[in-house]
Design a protein around this ligand. Structure first.
Ligand SMILES: *Cc1c(COP(=O)(O)O)cnc(C)c1O
Length: 235
């Protein structure tokens, strides 16, 4: 059951913790974007979070997201796709989302760009990196990254703005720290090699159980679901 005041209180707690983690790292809290991951929750939950000042929402399935966008078209929200994108849905996604965090190959880049261009919109893309090399995971292997970033030159309505990481599940938040740190080092290394910093401005990393650690390690976007909306029903 939706309890708007409890939701607003959880949102406040997350904002406080973001500010404190930023403080520990000597960072400006306003440099960190909170993306509220609303997957599986009905549109009214998003409306309640929006009433409490939240603007950025993330979904992991295109169809589910489009239905919520339609239901909430009266609100000025930013929509993020954080889940794996099938290539047959990429063009449509390109025309509706503001950010896609899960780009992992050049064909997806092109289709998202086409979709955004046809819709007369702009879209910001993050390349999802597979650091752990787990075969079941999505994400571009590190050695394909330079090629993907080079494809940025050919885009018209889409821009690559950063990297996204979904590390393996760990028991303790601190165990995710080495992954976050590796992503930061990878980014810094690419910039040293001459990749334009504007392509690597954003680091999307950190979820409900480890967003504070991610912020200490340089996250500019944290993707927080259950800490805001409550536990999701298990599939
Ligand atoms: C579901 C999801 C999240 C949010 O997870 P929580 O643990 O509920 O915060 C973040 N990122 C991705 C890619 C997700 O699929």
């Amino acid at each position: 059951m939706l309890d708007p005041s409890a939701l607003a209180a959880r949102l406040d707690t997350v904002r406080d913790r973001i500010a404190r983690a930023a403080g520990r790292a000597g960072r400006d809290p306003s440099s960190i974007r909170l993306v509220a991951i609303s997957k599986t929750f009905p549109a009214e939950y998003i409306r309640a979070a929006a009433a409490a000042g939240q603007r950025d929402f993330g979904e992991n399935k295109v169809q589910e997201a489009l239905a919520k966008m339609d239901a909430l078209a009266d609100l000025p929200l930013n929509w993020h796709l954080v889940g794996h994108l099938q290539s047959n849905k990429a063009r449509k996604a390109g025309g509706r989302f503001d950010f896609v965090h899960s780009v992992d190959d050049a064909a997806l880049l092109r289709r998202l760009d086409e979709g955004a261009r046809e819709a007369g919109r702009r879209i910001q893309l993050l390349v999802q990196i597979d650091l752990a090399g787990e075969p079941t995971k999505h994400g571009a292997p590190q050695d394909e990254l330079a090629g993907l970033l080079a494809a940025a030159d050919g885009l018209s309505a889409a821009r690559i703005v950063g990297l996204m990481l979904l590390p393996p599940a760990v028991d303790e938040p601190g165990q995710a720290r080495p992954y976050f740190r590796t992503l930061l080092r990878l980014r810094d290394g690419l910039i040293r090699q001459g990749v334009a910093p504007s392509l690597l401005r954003e680091l999307s990393m950190g979820m409900s159980h480890d967003y504070e650690v991610a912020i200490e390690e340089g996250a500019t976007m944290v993707r927080v679901g259950s800490a805001i909306f409550g536990p999701r029903p298990q599939p």
